[in-house]
Design a binder for this molecule. Structure first.
Ligand SMILES: [Fe+2]
Length: 443
């Protein structure tokens, strides 16, 4: 039987099909190109190739979209038919679990693969994405650490391992080593958008706004074209400008890059909601046209309810647009998800999605004391519904603004102390601190 470039057996492959499979996989590692189209070409020529079907299934599942479930299930059935080795069969089991919403089971099956096959980069990447979608900062780092002894820099795909390690270290607060790993990955493979993104995260978390803008802008040729993470990396650049109060630039980036393609890809819509809400919290009105466009883009997914992190960001779009009809549908979807008997999303919806949604609705209704009450306990467990620290900062930003509007200056002062520790030069954090200090002195 044919073996891939790491010596892993690939049932049903030919050398030409294997070459196409590895190219599709290389695209996925960098989030560049169109790996779905690439692997479908391979499958058309070699329909018995088990891992090609597994890759197609994983690609459709990796976007956390309900629309991806049907094509993923087709591929899972075909992968199951052609899988011969234990590794291939575990890929089928993992994909099957993921398609059923069992994130934890799937993540563990990918780990099972990696224990015996530490060079299975597809298993590593899917496991890493699941750690991200479950907000598991420890495993974002440790899953990569577990395979590292089997790796060295001469192996193909080393940049991807370093890029994932960089993000895992960053989410674990190990910023110096995260940045080193991310920069190494980008030096090896400049198009590695995940590694680029990990370095941007380090700069975001450390409040290194100038470094972040330089890093992002200088590397635009590597990440901004033909890349599935382009919108997200534009969002990160906009975050740096937001931190400098450059609201016009933020809106320009939003219009020219975040929403320029009017994407209906969930991962892109999350960034759009997250940015407009941050502006809204600052009293900057993005306007009915932007909110309306965003709400319309989200509206097709309002009943999906497969991942609460998405649902909350959809709700933000509906709140901004004042679409009461869609707000009600989205809340009903979250309620339904919280009652599901199978999968991890029920707990995500129950513990974080619904309470956060209610807090955001409270904020919008001007019930700031209620928003504070809801968000104070929630922010300590918010990682359970996934995302990065930078994304979940939305909760903290909403909390501090709600405390300000409620006149709870003691809480504003306390929360600004947190922000200033991480970002001492952040104008907004300084404004909160000064406002609280002045208000309390005058009282
Ligand atoms: Fe990010």
């Amino acid at each position: 039987m044919m073996k891939d470039s790491h010596g892993q057996t690939c049932s049903g492959a030919t050398s030409a099909a294997l070459e196409g499979y590895e190219e599709a996989l290389a695209q996925f590692h960098c989030y560049r190109g169109n790996p779905v189209a690439a692997i479908e070409t391979v499958i058309a020529g070699q329909p018995d190739f088990a891992m090609a079907h597994a890759l197609r299934a994983h690609l459709f599942l990796s976007g956390t979209e309900a629309a991806g479930l049907a094509p993923a299930r087709e591929s899972i059935a075909l992968a199951r038919r052609h899988a011969r080795t234990e590794r291939e069969k575990l890929h089928v089991v993992a994909a099957d679990a993921l398609a059923a919403g069992c994130f934890d089971d799937a993540a563990e099956r990918f780990d099972d693969i990696l224990i015996d096959h530490p060079h299975d980069l597809l298993a590593l990447q899917m496991g890493h994405l699941l750690d991200f979608y479950r907000g598991q900062s420890r495993n974002l780092r440790d899953r990569v650490l577990r395979v590292l002894p089997g790796w060295d820099a001469r192996r193909p795909g080393w940049h991807a391992v370093q890029g994932m390690l960089a993000f895992g270290l960053e989410e674990s607060g190990d910023y110096v080593r995260a940045e080193a790993a991310g920069r190494q990955a980008c030096a090896l493979e400049p198009r590695d958008a995940w590694a680029h993104h990990a370095v941007a995260h380090v700069m975001e978390m450390q409040g290194r706004v100038e470094d972040g803008i330089r890093w992002s802008r200088e590397r635009i040729p590597h990440w901004a074209e033909d890349n599935m993470m382009a919108v997200h990396n534009w969002w990160h650049l906009a975050l740096f400008h937001l931190d400098r109060d450059e609201h016009d630039e933020v809106l320009a980036l939003y219009d020219q890059h975040v929403r320029s393609g009017q994407s209906t890809v969930v991962l892109d819509l999350i960034d759009a909601s997250a940015m407009l809400w941050r502006l809204h919290l600052r009293g900057i009105d993005p306007g009915a046209a932007r909110w309306g466009e965003l709400a319309a883009a989200w509206s097709g997914m309002v009943r999906d309810g497969i991942y609460s992190f998405n649902d909350v960001h959809a709700l933000i779009g509906f709140i901004g647009a004042g679409r009461q009809d869609l707000i009600e549908q989205q809340m009903a979807t979250l309620q339904r998800a919280a009652g599901e008997k199978r999968g991890n999303n029920a707990a995500m919806a129950m513990q974080v999605g619904l309470p956060l949604a209610q807090a955001l609705l409270s904020f919008q209704a001007g019930h700031y004391a209620d928003t504070v009450l809801r968000l104070r306990p929630l922010r300590y467990i918010a990682s359970r519904f996934g995302g990065s620290h930078a994304q979940r900062d939305l909760l903290d930003l909403t909390l501090i603004e709600a405390a300000k509007r409620d006149g709870d200056l003691g809480l504003v002062q306390a929360l600004s102390a947190e922000r200033l520790h991480a970002k001492p030069a952040s104008p907004i954090a300084q404004r909160y601190r000064m406002l609280a200090a002045a208000g309390r002195a005058a009282a």
